[in-house]
Design a protein around this ligand. Structure first.
Ligand SMILES: CC(C)(COP(=O)(O)OP(=O)(O)OC[C@H]1O[C@@H](n2cnc3c(N)ncnc32)[C@H](O)[C@@H]1OP(=O)(O)O)[C@@H](O)C(=O)NCCC(=O)NCCS
Length: 188
């Protein structure tokens, strides 16, 4: 067995600041606030957002459909789960009425007045349309509405797209941390 370390940045956003402007998004998209029956749809969005990404190595459950569903159930059952900061974004096709799960974000509170953003992800076909910004704004508003003063997240240091998004949004790097992953060798 060997151990690999992933460098990650912990970033904070001061919720007493003004939030960035809401991006305009296409009519096909709709943000859905938290409901327990949406767990499978959050899990589907999470799996399709993370399955080919670096973070599926850092958190192996993100690379498996059942892992994403289990993670969603576990997050939603925590005492610190913040439904107000948990959002799904879907796309509706007007012609067929078909709905696609495009992105997800969850919020938890395990450190007093600090709200922690979890697993923000947008599926590849729907990136670059402002959906991550829209989800982040809703999550931050949710934390703020229940009286929190700081939002926190962790991002893998090689995840340039996400880091750029967070920095432009107004998150500041406060600490570098290392996440260890045990890699179990396959017997020869
Ligand atoms: C990181 C991630 C969440 C970004 O999602 P996204 O929906 O593409 O992000 P947005 O569209 O909101 O913003 C991304 C860029 O599109 C631009 N954009 C915003 N609105 C737009 C619009 N209407 N049309 C086109 N582009 C737009 C933004 O300016 C932004 O550009 P910038 O990075 O130069 O600031 C996505 O790449 C992802 O899911 N990655 C894999 C999972 C992951 O790593 N998550 C982060 C875990 S910490």
């Amino acid at each position: 067995m060997s151990v690999t370390y992933f460098k990650r940045y912990r970033m904070h956003f001061d919720l007493r600041r003004e939030l960035p402007d809401e991006p305009e998004i296409a009519d096909q998209y709709q943000y859905l606030s938290w409901r327990p029956d949406l767990i499978p749809r959050h899990a589907d969005a999470k799996f399709n957002s993370f399955k080919y990404e670096l973070d599926a190595n850092v958190f192996p459950c993100l690379g498996q459909r059942e892992g994403c569903e289990g993670l969603m159930r576990e997050i939603a059952s925590r005492t610190g789960f913040v439904p107000e900061a948990t959002w799904l974004v879907v796309s509706r096709q007007a012609s067929s009425g078909k709905t696609t799960n495009c992105g997800t974000v969850q919020g938890i509170n395990d450190q007093g007045l600090i709200g922690s953003i979890q697993n923000l992800g947008i599926v590849p076909d729907h990136r670059g349309h402002g959906l991550a910004r829209g989800l982040l704004i809703r999550a931050l508003q949710g934390f703020r509405n229940i009286g929190m003063d700081t939002a926190s997240l962790e991002v893998t240091a090689q995840n340039d797209d996400a880091i750029r998004l967070y920095q432009r949004f107004g998150f500041r790097n406060i600490r570098t941390v290392y996440k260890s992953i045990e890699i179990i060798g396959v017997p020869g």
